[in-house]
Structure formats: structure tokens, C-alpha cells
Design a protein around this ligand. Structure first.
Ligand SMILES: Cc1ncc(COP(=O)(O)O)c(C=O)c1O
Length: 469
């Protein structure tokens, strides 16, 4: 009997938290239940999710950025259906797949001059792992310099370049020679590069954790320093690539010409895992030295027809729907709208970002009662305050957002690039009403944090008890 996915999903609708919590990740399900994100989504279109009761949710998270083109874009769906119906000779392996060549050609049109070679991967972290290997082999050096707060993925090599202790703790020794420097610190970069053993400086043009952007003068100066000291400049555009920041690739903001650019997320419109490393031919020549080494770095699923077809369709859509321009425009509207509120809400300290990668930072208030609340929340848990914003945005306004990282009072917006003024208006109205509630102490908004802290403490106990049994 053929598997009827629709009937299967309908038959079990509403059971996802129970089943997933039992079989995949109980801690995640505890979090979802605690913060009220345990919804029963049954459909998705563009920037909206729908639950079983037909309520719509504005998705300002876009699956961590993969749904830049909105969800279930009909043109990508069509390309995928066509690709499936082709009886295409997929992944022959001892073959040079045409679709991969065509997508590589398209991607390279967006790269700086001299970046002329592509390696396809299945994820962002795999692209970064490959970039580390390429940099080491090409330069004959091993050290990698990365930034505080950096996030390049969670496999072991990428984790070695992770700027947050909470992700690394307990996983043992990571790559030797990975060295952290403060973000945007040119002197620190230079003093490491001068040692002459650095293979590459690896950076996100806009950091995903906390949405930090360095001073504009840093980027070209860092490039000059890397060139001077023979280290590669590697730009991780896994999150910033394909229009997110209001340029097709974020390194264009500063006129950079990186040696390697890694990308993933939005490339397939969210449908199929895909990523890519774009790099210079001399690097290729150092890695793939001769016929015997033609697959010295390789994978099985990269270059598969579904990823390539979705990639080709996504690039057409980004251009034809002018999504890069829309990201710049809508991002500015959101940031202007939030900035306009800052005079009225003393805990609203900064809004920053580029295009539709936006961080809203909160800071300690001046007035005494609010200050007491602020201190109380931070004493309970340093990562809690942001939930005071994301929880009511979801609960009262059905808007999906996220806290930008551990120990940060920053809420992050990563909307699909297809949002319009009506979605911006919906967010700004909701955000203003949440701000009003937060600025009343004591009040319901503050109670949220108390409940969350208690639930977090309980979950730690539950996990320990479960581990002990
Ligand atoms: C800048 C950056 N690099 C790498 C990654 C890892 O990508 P993936 O989750 O596809 O492995 C992410 C994911 O969020 C990212 O934001």
C-alpha cells in the first residue's frame, strides 16, 4: 500500500509534541511548552503559518533564515515537481551533473572577481568545515582566527570557531589553533596574523548571535591585513547571503573580495538541504592537486538534483521579485519604526542590523521600580529578559520571534524577504503594545519571567531525575 503522508499527518495531528518529545528532543519540547510556542501548525504560505483552528502567525524567524523567499513558494514547488518527474540520472557520482554546473555558474555571477569555483554541501556547517580544510591545505598553516560571539555551525570544526562558551562546554578539545579575538578588533587581528601561522580569518559579516555589525572601517582593513600576512579571508554568508542584508551578499556592503565565501540556508528556498563553498581557483589547485585527488574532499548528497533545481528557481525568484531591494526597504521600515519608539520606552536601548537581519537590544532602566524588576529578572537568569518580549509577541499577537543568543538582552528578527508594509505594521503595533506592558512593574509581562525561571529550574531537576533512573 502506498504511504499516504497526508492521511498519516492528519490522523496524528496535534500529537507532535508528545511524539517528538518522547523520541527526538524532550528538552526542546519542554521549552516550547514553557514559552507557549507549542502550537499545532498545519499549513504555511509566504510569511505566515496557520494552526489547525485557522489562526495565522507572522513568522519573523523564517526557519532560522532558510525561508527567505517565504514558505511554499509556488515556483520552487513547480521546479521541484518538474525535477522529480524528469527521471533525472541523479547522483551517478562518477559523472559531472549538468544541474550542478548550471547552479554553480549562476552563483559565481554574484561572487567577487577571481572567486570562480564551487563546492556544493548539504548544510552551512558542512560548508564551513570544507572552508577550514581548504584554507589549511592551501596555505600550509593550521590556525584560524574567529570572533567573539561567532556562530559557524555545530559540527566539531565549526564548533572550534564558536564564540560562545555555552555551545562548547563539555565537548572536549576542539581544533588546535582556533583563536578567538574580540569582534571588530583590528589590533588583535594584526597581532595574531603577524605570527605568520594563520591560515584564515573566518567571520560572519553580520553576526547571527546578537546581530552585531563591526565598524564599517574594520572590514576592508581586515582584508588588507589578511593579504599582507598571507592568510585567507573567509566570509561566512550562510545567514547573510542571498539578499538577507539588503545586498545579494553582505560582503558587498564594504566592497570586499573574500578568498572564500560560504553559503547555505536560503539557497534552496528552504525546501532541500544545500550549501556551497565559493573559492578561488588557486585554492582549488592546492587541494585537488591531481587526478588522484579529484575527490579528496567530497560528499554523497551534495549536487543532488532537488537541491540544484530548488537553487536555480530560488535565484530566479530573488531577482525577479526584487527581494534584495525589498529586504533593504522593509528592514529600514522596521528599524525606523522601533527607533521612533525608543524615546517612549526606557528599556529599549538600540535597534541595529542590516536589511532584514535585525537585533533589538534592551538595557537597564533608570526609574527605580523598573530597575528593581530588571535586576530581579537578571538575577534569576541572564538569558531571560528577551523572553518577556518574545512570549507575549507569540501569545497575544501570534508573531514568531527569537531571543538572539545566550546572556543577551536582544530580540532578533529574521523575517522572510517577501514581507510587505502590512506585515511590518502588524509587527510594530504588536511590539509597541508589548513594550507598554513591559514598562509596567509589577505586571503580567514580568510574571512571565518568573514562571519561566521556575519552569527552567524544574526542567533541570527533571532531566537529572530522568538521567538517574
Ligand atoms: C552564520 C552561520 N554559519 C553557519 C551556520 C550553520 O548552518 P547549518 O545549521 O546549516 O549547519 C549558521 C546557522 O545558523 C549560521 O548562521
Amino acid at each position: 500500500m502506498p504511504t499516504d503522508i497526508r492521511t498519516l499527518l492528519e490522523a496524528h495531528s496535534g500529537r507532535q509534541h508528545e511524539i517528538f518529545g518522547r523520541t527526538v528532543n524532550p528538552q526542546l519540547v519542554r521549552v516550547l511548552r514553557t514559552i507557549g510556542f507549542d502550537r499545532n501548525y498545519v499549513r504555511a504560505e509566504g510569511p505566515l503559518l496557520y494552526d489547525a483552528d485557522g489562526n495565522d502567525y507572522l513568522d519573523l524567524l523564517s526557519g532560522y533564515g532558510v525561508f527567505a523567499l517565504g514558505r511554499n513558494h509556488p515556483r520552487i514547488l513547480k521546479a521541484l515537481h518538474e525535477a522529480l518527474d524528469l527521471s533525472y540520472p541523479n547522483m551517478v557520482q562518477m559523472d559531472a551533473p549538468l544541474a550542478a554546473g548550471l547552479l554553480a555558474e549562476r552563483i559565481l555571477t554574484y561572487m567577487p572577481e577571481g572567486v570562480d569555483t564551487v563546492f556544493f554541501t548539504n548544510s552551512g556547517t558542512e560548508a564551513n568545515e570544507g572552508a577550514i580544510k581548504f584554507a589549511r591545505k592551501a596555505t600550509g598553516r593550521t590556525r584560524i582566527i574567529y570572533w567573539d560571539h561567532a556562530f559557524h555551525g555545530l559540527t566539531t570544526g565549526s564548533l572550534s570557531m564558536n564564540g560562545g562558551a555555552e555551545f562548547r562546554k563539555g565537548f572536549g578539545d576542539l581544533l588546535p589553533g582556533a583563536t578567538k579575538i574580540p569582534m571588530g578588533d583590528l589590533d588583535a587581528l594584526e597581532s595574531e596574523l603577524k605570527k605568520g601561522d594563520v591560515a584564515a580569518f573566518f567571520f560572519e559579516p553580520v553576526q547571527g548571535k546578537g546581530v552585531f555589525v563591526a565598524d564599517p572601517s574594520f572590514y576592508p582593513a581586515a582584508q588588507t591585513l589578511c593579504r599582507k600576512h598571507g592568510a585567507l579571508l573567509i566570509c561566512d554568508e550562510v545567514q547573510t547571503g542571498f539578499g538577507r542584508t539588503g545586498k545579494m551578499f553582505a560582503h558587498e556592503h564594504w566592497g570586499l573580495a573574500p578568498d572564500i565565501v560560504t553559503m547555505a540556508k536560503a539557497l534552496s528556498g528552504g525546501f532541500v538541504p544545500v550549501g556551497a563553498i565559493c573559492y578561488r581557483r588557486w585554492i582549488y589547485d592546492k587541494v585537488f592537486t591531481d587526478m588522484e585527488h579529484c575527490v579528496v574532499h567530497s560528499n554523497t548528497f551534495g549536487r543532488n538534483i532537488l537541491a540544484m533545481a530548488a537553487g536555480l528557481a530560488s535565484l530566479d525568484i530573488i531577482e525577479e521579485e526584487r527581494l534584495v531591494e525589498n529586504a533593504a526597504l522593509m528592514g529600514q521600515l522596521i528599524m525606523d519604526g522601533v527607533r521612533e519608539m525608543s524615546g517612549r520606552f526606557e528599556m529599549l536601548s538600540e535597534v541595529r542590523g542590516l536589511g532584514l537581519m535585525i537585533g533589538i537590544e534592551f538595557g537597564e532602566p533608570r526609574s527605580l521600580t523598573l530597575k528593581a524588576g530588571w535586576k530581579l529578572v537578571h538575577a534569576m537568569n541572564q538569558s531571560l529578559f528577551g523572553q518577556m518580549i518574545t512570549v507575549p509577541l507569540m501569545k497575544e499577537h501570534r508573531i514568531l520571534t527569537q531571543v538572539a543568543g545566550h546572556h543577551l538582552d536582544v530580540v532578533k528578527l529574521l523575517p522572510p524577504l517577501v514581507i510587505d508594509e502590512s506585515h511590518v505594521g502588524r509587527f510594530l503595533n504588536a511590539f509597541e503594545s508589548v513594550m507598554k506592558e513591559c514598562h509596567k512593574f509589577p505586571g503580567s509581562a514580568w510574571k512571565v519571567t518568573k514562571d519561566l525561571a521556575a519552569a527552567a529550574a524544574r526542567s533541570g531537576r527533571t532531566a537529572k531525575e530522568e538521567a538517574a533512573t
